[in-house]
Design a protein around this ligand. Sequence first.
Ligand SMILES: Nc1nc2c(ncn2[C@@H]2O[C@H](COP(=O)(O)OP(=O)(O)O)[C@@H](O)[C@H]2O)c(=O)[nH]1
Ligand SMILES: [Mg+2]
Length: 348
Amino acid sequence: MGFLDEVVITVVSGDGGKGCVSFRREKFIPKGGPDGGDGGAGGNIIFHATSSLNTLSDFSSKRYFKSQNGRPGKGKHQTGRNGSDVIIKVPLGTIIYDNDTGDVLEDLVKEDQEIIFLKGGIGGKGNSHFTTSTNRTPRFAQDGMPGQKRTVRLSLKYIADIGLIGLPNAGKSTLLSRLTMARPRVADYPFTTIFPNLGVMEFDNGRRLTIADIPGLIEGASEGKGLGHRFLKHVERTRFLLHLIDGAASSKEAMLRDFYLLQEELNRYNPSITKKEQMVLINKTDIMHGGGRDIDDIRAEFKRIGFESMALSALTGDGLEVLKDILEKKLLNGINNDKPEPTIDNIV
Ligand SMILES: Nc1nc2c(ncn2[C@@H]2O[C@H](COP(=O)(O)OP(=O)(O)O)[C@@H](O)[C@H]2O)c(=O)[nH]1
Ligand SMILES: [Mg+2]
């Protein structure tokens, strides 16, 4: 499955059907009155948000959507059939921009949110509507109203509860596969993950947390280096960040340097990102130098600069249950409920 998070598409709603010009023709009634029915309405263009999609890649092969026209009216006051709607499914977090002006037109942030984006044209009135005291046999009917056409840019910005950030090789994808059913590629060289992955962590009572693995974040990402700049937007609407660092790095200083480097990139891209609640995960305890003797020291250092932290091994599972408990508490304490719905206003 490919990954696509930006696409330009054209949508066209259906035209309304023509009204009908017709007169009643019955045996023994020579001059029947007008009985032309109305045209049917054109189909609408509807967008429907769903968490069953994680990418806009369905649009790589189809970029033009047109709903059906309304059928013309018929004699005997028969209204034409309405054109059927086109329902376009998009992943949660899809923003619809006017392609010319760049204005935000819609932001689909809720499961099963559905919006009528373009209404179909209304049907024309049949001639039976146009009888007057001076014209009992009107020979005209209305055309239907034309549908509307719009070219829009769809941009996907994930709405995940948790964003996994960290330099390549820190173990983000490994952790995601440990916490959720997602199976991103994992390998011991950087940049194996070439697009963001979403996973869902399930708790009792059907409560769930969505976790996004954001790949390719490196020095210079905010200025366009590597893949990271394309994916930084997916961090903007996450509510809580887990910043993974490679605990097998050479020294405490090296870990802190890696940590600051990425925080700086996030900050340059959008300062509101680093204002989010964050926790540091010191990963790879199983191969830490000195068997993990320095962990307390490193954690104290993070505490000093204002970050909660914990150590774990995504590979062996050491510390994973503690992390799950912490995340469950976050969920209970309302990273899901307290914060306002993400809207365009609070992300820019
Ligand atoms: N020893 C050890 N290796 C790990 C751990 N977590 C991840 N790795 C390895 O580190 C490499 C990079 O992991 P990956 O999840 O792809 O990192 P990402 O680039 O941050 O997504 C892979 O070879 C993993 O098997 C860990 O806790 N301990
Ligand atoms: Mg990865």
